[in-house]
Design a protein around this ligand. Structure first.
Ligand SMILES: [Zn+2]
Length: 309
């Protein structure tokens, strides 16, 4: 069975109406039902032995308040069952919490590798926490006038006290697409991939561009193929640092591949039967993406439901 898409299915109620409700937030944060996830240098605290499965290391509010200095960035993640409020706190100012203040609580691990050991719903909370904290770390100064900015709306806005500009957390859209042609699909590899691994093509949406235009442009740039019939499939948050991958299918008008040799170093057509064998594990001719990746879900959906003619 294909696992859910990583970073999807956040179980928290984001409760955006509470972000400006100071009395409610302060009451919840100082009460017994506050849970705070510490992030140290963008790595989450994790509970459980070094191995699977792990849980996010949400601490009691009072304990978390003592971690890091007074100005530590803290953001509201949302409300959960039992009237619980969830927060994330940046404790990067501590020199070495795994060896000090939190030595007996758990361990820290980078978000990418932690995701493989968390349930998808917990990885979704991690994506929200990591992207928000990372955004605050990189937006301490106003891009308009250069003055220091201040956190507002419990983490979902920054305000410049000098020029009054407001800044909001960004999500950068990217398209990721499986190109098909009859009973063939196109997979490629970038320089970054481990040897022998192939995946769907992908790229960022540019300013002033539709999803369909971005899909067509990226496939033309990377593989020299003209496409039509772009269809949306599903999406995946990608908190490195803060993207949304928009998964699509597209039909190729032609079969001749011209790889750009820059972003994509190799691309080829795989027939439907070969893809089914790769997914089942009966063939190991090439490696496919992780099963919790939107890329794998695109390939698996076509393998199960295609080919489309
Ligand atoms: Zn400003």
């Amino acid at each position: 069975m294909t696992p859910p898409v990583a970073f999807s299915g956040n179980p928290l109620d984001r409760a955006s109406d509470k972000r400006t409700d100071k009395a409610w937030l302060e009451g919840m944060r100082s009460g017994p039902r506050a849970r705070v996830l510490p992030l140290w240098k963008l790595q989450p605290l994790l509970f459980g032995p070094e191995g699977q499965p792990l849980r996010l290391g949400f601490l009691d509010g009072e304990l978390a308040s003592g971690l890091g200095d007074e100005s530590a960035i803290e953001v509201f993640l949302g409300a959960g069952a039992g009237n619980t409020a969830f927060f994330a706190r940046d404790i990067s100012s501590l020199p070495d919490p795994p060896a000090g203040a939190l030595a007996n609580y758990g361990h820290f691990r980078d978000a990418r590798s932690a995701t493989a050991m968390l349930q998808a719903s917990e990885s979704a909370i991690l994506a929200q926490a990591k992207s928000l904290i990372d955004w605050h770390n990189r937006h301490g100064f106003c891009p308009k006038c250069g003055a220091p900015t201040a956190l507002a709306d419990s983490g979902y806005r920054r305000i410049c006290p000098k020029c009054g500009a407001e800044h909001f957390p960004r999500t950068d859209p990217a398209v990721i697409m499986l190109v098909t042609r009859g009973d063939l699909c196109l997979l490629g590899r970038t320089r970054r991939f481990a040897d022998g691994y192939y995946s769907t093509l992908a790229g960022f949406v540019e300013p002033g561009e539709t999803i369909e235009e971005a899909v067509a442009r990226e496939i033309m740039e990377e593989a020299g193929i003209r496409i039509r019939g772009v269809r949306y499939f599903a999406s995946q948050p990608w908190p490195f640092p803060s993207s949304l991958m928009i998964g699509c299918f597209a039909e190729a008008d032609s079969g001749e591949i011209t790889v750009d040799g820059n972003e994509i170093v190799a691309a080829r057509w795989f027939d439907h039967a070969a893809v089914r064998l790769l997914i089942s594990g009966a063939s190991t001719e090439v490696g496919l993406p992780r099963r919790d990746a939107i890329a794998f879900h695109l390939i698996a959906h076509w393998a199960e439901n295609g080919p489309w003619r």
